[in-house]
Design a protein around this ligand. Structure first.
Ligand SMILES: *[C@@H]1O[C@H](CO)[C@@H](O)[C@H](O)[C@H]1NC(C)=O
Ligand SMILES: *[C@@H]1O[C@H](CO)[C@@H](O)[C@H](O)[C@H]1NC(C)=O
Ligand SMILES: *[C@@H]1O[C@H](CO)[C@@H](O)[C@H](O)[C@H]1NC(C)=O
Ligand SMILES: *[C@@H]1O[C@H](CO)[C@@H](O)[C@H](O)[C@H]1NC(C)=O
Ligand SMILES: *[C@@H]1O[C@H](CO)[C@@H](O)[C@H](O)[C@H]1NC(C)=O
Ligand SMILES: *[C@@H]1O[C@H](CO)[C@@H](O)[C@H](O)[C@H]1NC(C)=O
Ligand SMILES: *[C@@H]1O[C@H](CO)[C@@H](O)[C@H](O)[C@H]1NC(C)=O
Length: 366
């Protein structure tokens, strides 16, 4: 995230040009059926998409993308290679706001979206003022069910919200980075409360980055310590517990994390900015402790950053964000790119798992 910082400064106002949307409503065709097999690299073509994060809807077989600089939402059908771009009034094309984290709740068939005041990341937490939203959106009716201003709750004392998860009772958790915080929104959407926050930590310290869940266990990547922590979401207030990792592995700047469905909660991928993905495993999926298996490294164009691991269909992918592109309206705005590659890393992850199981790499196991 400090990367966004170095590449983005406050930008001049953008005058929105509304574009026609491709007609696409997956709910008519695909509801209730299993998603057909899907794997391999793919490219989403939409001018200035710049997806920073995403989440696949396994009920309706579409990928939601959080389009960072434009603050719009992408609804992509990988089977037909069609994308629809959804705009939100007051948010899309607002240069003060970024849209990144999106999380589909497969229990409710609703999408949670987090919109952040971009300045927090642009200034490495020096300026955490500005509006942050948590939004619940219904993809079927394309309506916003609630839109809460998180800054009303935080009073600007903590911010930089960027990722979301849900618990089995459909409560929503939003993670903030400067400093670490987790806000909980009740299922009804009526109660918004700080579930975990440590305001004694200076807000210029980068803390939690992403969120992932397995049952009632919530996992986060803490950049302050370079370690993974877990929480029990049944607790009234969140208490972090360190996940012991063997062999030890510390990360620096990280972004989103995911437990891809393919591995049934036993494999965690952590986006390490400028490096690739850290691959962790807990064969029991308890996440009290974990093995560090190694890295899936990005050795391509250094202008691309792996900001989020995500499963699409059967494949595990790297969301590649071209932060290296110069912004057309200055730093911190969208560049001129139209084609965005999603890199299939399934074989690379599987190879790390296989090597560790069979011991082919010669590393001794404990
Ligand atoms: C981004 O905004 C530009 C107009 O400023 C528009 O042409 C483009 O289609 C938008 N793309 C997305 C993915 O929102
Ligand atoms: C969000 O809340 C903050 C803090 O109360 C306030 O300063 C800001 O104006 C609000 N944003 C909007 C768009 O109302
Ligand atoms: C808050 O952070 C400080 C400094 O890192 C630490 O000593 C303290 O234990 C933390 N408190 C909580 C409640 O996490
Ligand atoms: C937080 O750290 C910054 C420097 O990074 C410093 O200027 C500021 O005074 C600190 N704030 C508090 C409340 O300690
Ligand atoms: C996009 O911008 C890059 C430089 O930022 C430039 O080299 C390239 O020609 C541009 N492409 C188009 C289609 O305008
Ligand atoms: C998929 O994309 C990656 C990253 O650009 C590339 O290295 C790889 O060769 C591609 N695979 C195929 C089958 O095209
Ligand atoms: C897995 O083991 C094979 C055989 O020793 C080795 O060539 C390969 O580099 C290893 N792969 C990883 C990802 O460690």
């Amino acid at each position: 995230m400090s990367l966004k910082a170095s590449l983005s400064l406050l930008s001049v106002a953008l005058f929105p040009i509304l574009t026609a949307c491709v007609s696409l409503n997956p709910y008519i065709e695909s509801r209730g059926r299993k998603c057909p097999p899907f794997s391999g690299n793919f490219t989403v073509s939409a001018y200035q998409l710049y997806p920073e994060n995403g989440d696949f809807d396994f009920n309706n077989c579409v990928l939601y993308t959080g389009n960072l600089w434009n603050s719009s939402l992408g609804v992509y059908d990988p089977y037909r290679n069609k994308i629809k771009v959804v705009e939100f009034e007051g948010i899309t094309h607002n240069p003060d706001l970024h849209l990144g984290g999106v999380q589909y709740n497969h229990n409710t068939n609703l999408l949670s979206i987090v919109v952040d005041a971009g300045a927090a990341f642009n200034t490495n937490g020096q300026d955490i003022s500005g509006t942050n939203y948590i939004i619940l959106w219904d993809p079927r009716s394309e309506k916003i069910l609630y839109q809460h201003n998180l800054t009303t709750l935080t009073q600007g004392k903590y911010g930089a919200f960027q990722d979301i998860e849900h618990d089995p009772d459909d409560n929503t958790y939003v993670v903030g980075t400067f400093p670490s915080s987790i806000v909980k929104v009740s299922k009804s959407g009526k109660k918004v409360e700080p579930w975990y926050v440590n305001t004694s930590v200076n807000h210029t310290v980068a803390g939690y980055g992403g969120l992932a869940t397995k049952g009632w266990t919530l996992i986060t990547n803490d950049q302050q310590t370079g370690s993974l922590y877990r929480f029990d979401m049944r607790a009234k207030r969140g208490t972090p517990t360190l996940i012991k990792v063997t062999p030890p592995h510390r990360f620096a700047n990280t972004d989103a994390i995911q437990l891809p469905r393919r591995y049934k909660g036993t494999v965690l991928l952590v986006a390490e900015l400028g490096i690739g993905f850290g691959v962790y495993r807990d064969k029991k999926a308890y996440w009290e402790e974990a093995e560090f298996l190694g890295l899936v490294e990005w050795k391509g164009d250094p202008g691309f950053f792996l900001t989020a691991p995500l499963q699409v269909g059967d494949g595990v992918y790297a969301n590649l964000e071209p932060f290296g592109d110069p912004g057309l309206n200055g730093p911190g705005t969208a560049g001129n790119r139209t084609d965005f590659l999603y890199w299939d890393i399934t074989a690379k992850v599987d190879e790390l798992l296989k090597n560790r199981t069979s011991g082919k790499d010669g590393v001794s196991r404990t």
